[in-house]
Design a protein around this ligand. Structure first.
Ligand SMILES: [Zn+2]
Length: 208
């Protein structure tokens, strides 16, 4: 069986000028290009890890070759990440890649909401889309309607990518007064702190 480091070596050395891993990795940088494959179905072209949903493109400055990899490999091998002409520190690079992942998740939520707004002509869904674009969150009332209708219309979506706001008193009141089976529609979009809050308000977690 091929070892992890052997796999990395076999992927990167033929596409690089340098003949050792440290020399080769010096030549590579993150291009800023990302892709959301919408399912965890992709493979990291560097280390072979599969089950990836997001690809990040790295390129070699001398050979011009490119690889589609997971963000883990960019961080693991300290592949250069730039902000303009400045190379980011390891900590900044991680933050930047996290930010890009977060952006892809947001885009994926917006895409589902747009499909829903097209499928049904309703004010509440149009408003939910506008509210999400502005606040990157749904109110509890919007969350129930959105998840109910997304399921009903069989629109592909990732519930855990959505965010729900409980910042205003009204949101908490709405959550308390909502029937538990409605709350269960958006349970997976709640953070663990919000789930605890929902339980204090009298809701039980969904079964299964
Ligand atoms: Zn990898």
């Amino acid at each position: 069986m091929q070892s992890y480091s052997q796999r990395v070596r076999d992927s990167i050395l033929p596409l690089s000028v340098g003949d050792t891993l440290p020399k080769a990795f010096e030549e590579w940088y993150f291009t800023g290009s990302t892709e959301d494959h919408e399912e965890p179905s992709e493979t990291c072209e560097l280390c072979g890890q599969d089950g990836l949903r997001y690809h990040f493109e790295i390129s070699n400055r001398f050979t011009g070759r490119a690889l589609q990899v997971g963000s883990h490999c960019i961080l693991q091998f300290d592949v250069a990440v730039y902000d303009g002409s400045r190379r980011l520190t390891a900590k900044e690079a991680k933050k930047q890649l996290d930010r890009l992942t977060e952006q892809m998740r947001l885009d994926s939520c917006i895409k589902s909401l747009e499909a829903l707004a097209r499928a049904e002509h309703s004010n509440i869904l149009d408003n939910a889309l506008a509210y999400y674009r502005k606040n990157k969150k749904l109110t509890p009332k919007q969350a129930f309607v959105v998840f109910w209708r997304l399921r009903r219309n069989r629109i592909d979506h990732s519930p855990s990518f959505f965010n729900v706001t409980l910042r205003k008193k009204q949101h908490v009141t709405d959550l308390r007064e909502m029937a538990s089976d409605k709350v269960h529609f958006f349970w997976r979009a709640l953070t663990s702190a919000q789930r605890k809050q929902a339980m204090r308000l009298g809701h039980q977690p969904p079964k299964e």
